[in-house]
Structure formats: C-alpha cells, structure tokens
Design a protein around this ligand. Structure first.
Ligand SMILES: Nc1ncnc2c1ncn2[C@@H]1O[C@H](COP(=O)(O)OP(=O)(O)OP(=O)(O)O)[C@@H](O)[C@H]1O
Ligand SMILES: [Mg+2]
Length: 254
C-alpha cells in the first residue's frame, strides 16, 4: 500500500528550480534512499514533504491524503517526522529530556518553545520516561540518558536526533544524512539500527545519504536527483551501474 507519493513535485526559488517534476512512491515498510550530488535538491524534497515549503507545482500524497500545501505542524500530526542535516537538539537538555520533548511535540507544539530551553522544565510522567528509555535502547543511548546532549559525541547526537524523531511515533521517518560525520564503525552500527527501526518498529524510512556503501547496503530502492531532476530510480545494483548516475557523480566512487 502506498504511503508517500510525490507526483511531479516542483519548487522554484526565483530563477532556480530546486526540485523539478520529481516523482517517486514509497510503500508501507519501504526503506528508501534519496541520493545525489551537493545541491541536487534532496533536503528541499524533505522540506516539501514536511510542509516547510509549498510546492510550486505537483502534488504530495501521504497515507491516502493530498497533503500538498498542508502546514508543517499538521503534517507532523499526520505521522511524518524528520531529522535535520544540521543537528538540531535542545543542547541544554539531557538525552532523555530531548526524547521526551520529541514525543511531547506531537500534541503541544506551542508549549514547547517556551519550556524546552530551560533545564529541569520538563515535567515528564513515568510513562513518557519509560517510553523514551525504550527508544534510547533502540539507538543504544540508554547509558547516556542523563548526559547533556551538547556533551555527546557527534555520532551519538545524530542517533539522538533519530530517537527524538521516533518519539512522535511517525509512520514515515525522514533521515537527512544520518551517517554524516560518523566513523566506519558507527556507520556500521547505525546501519543495523535503521534496519531494526523499519523491521521491529514498523516505520517506513526515507533517507538522504552521501555514503554510497551505507545507502547501497541499507536501501532496497533508491531515487537519484541531480540539479533538481530525477535521473534514476531503482534497486542499488541498477543505480550503481547507471551511466547517468555515474556521470552525475563524475569521479566519485558509486
Ligand atoms: N530557501 C531557499 N531559497 C533559495 N534557494 C534554496 C532554498 N533552499 C534550497 N535552495 C537551493 O536549492 C538547491 C538544492 O538545495 P538542497 O539543500 O535541497 O540540496 P541537497 O541535495 O540537500 O544538497 P546537500 O547534499 O549539499 O545537502 C540549492 O541550489 C540550494 O541553494
Ligand atoms: Mg541536503
């Protein structure tokens, strides 16, 4: 069953067409990759899907509804959650509090901004806490539950972003370069975790990533953008050998 569908999604910024008639579809339970060189329009696709930007043309459908132009808080409530290319944690809060705030956000968007920056301001219930701890287990962060998020290693901060995004119990999880800045061992561990998130937590995952080994070993389907245009779509083996993809990356190992 189709969960997300982009139908010729397009957005212009002045003279630049950042995303140009991009179409792809995720079925429930897919683990899908979105790749392409710098500036290809990948993050902009996430911004279109999450309602940060309204498409100039085309449609976005989610879970049977047309969400084109729907405000981002409503889209979040429908079940789409994301991480950011530039980590956006509540730095003064503990790891556990960051996840609790993530869950809280689903229903209390307004309250969040006034509370979240004050250490100790989160009055969590035992149930919220237990649920957050379970998510920390998934991302292997329980042992640092009480550490200030600003004091975590970069790799751990990226994993915390994922745990926090999962706290809203989304149907669709969008990960923007989750492995960026990680060392090979951390990437290997993350690879297993993302698979588990799909297999054991029933979330559909769309991820942007520059590390080809990571994407190719994890995703079952991949869409490739270049200069805002979709140049290829298919399973990793086909993408790896696609002349258009190789040309777009020009010299980079695919
Ligand atoms: N709000 C905006 N206003 C103007 N131009 C924008 C805006 N957002 C994105 N762009 C432009 O759209 C193009 C695509 O940007 P985008 O961030 O989606 O690329 P990307 O594929 O995520 O690249 P990277 O791999 O470097 O993160 C770029 O040329 C960027 O400068
Ligand atoms: Mg980007």
């Amino acid at each position: 069953m189709s969960l997300l569908k982009l139908n010729e999604a397009t957005i212009r910024f002045g003279g630049l067409i950042a995303v140009n008639k991009v179409s792809f579809e995720l079925k429930k339970g897919d683990l899908f990759g979105l790749i392409g060189p710098n500036g290809a329009g990948k993050t902009t696709c996430f911004n279109l899907i999450t309602g940060v930007y309204k498409p100039t043309d085309g449609q976005i459908l989610f879970d049977g509804k047309d969400i084109t132009g729907t405000p981002s808080n409503k889209i979040a409530n429908l079940g789409i959650s994301r991480t950011f290319q530039n980590i956006r944690l509540f730095k003064a809060l503990s790891v556990l509090e960051n996840v609790i705030v993530g869950g809280f956000l689903r229903n209390n968007t307004g309250l969040l901004s006034s509370l979240a920056y004050l250490p100790g301001a989160i009055n969590e219930t035992e149930e919220m806490k237990q649920e957050a701890l379970r998510l920390l287990d998934v991302l292997n962060l329980r042992q640092v539950a009480n550490v200030r998020s600003a004091d975590l290693s970069y790799g751990m901060q990226r994993r915390l972003e994922i745990a926090r995004a999962m706290a809203t119990k989304p149907k669709l999880l969008l990960l923007d370069e989750p492995a960026a800045g990680m060392n090979p061992q951390e990437k290997e561990e993350l690879n297993v975790m993302v698979k588990k998130i799909r297999d054991e937590h029933g979330m559909t995952v769309l991820l942007i990533e520059h590390d080809m080994r990571f994407v190719m070993s994890l995703c079952e389907n991949i869409v490739v953008l270049d200069h805002g245009e979709e140049i290829a779509q298919g399973p990793p083996a086909a993408i790896r050998n696609d002349p258009k993809v190789i040309a777009a990356y020009l010299g980079e190992a695919v």
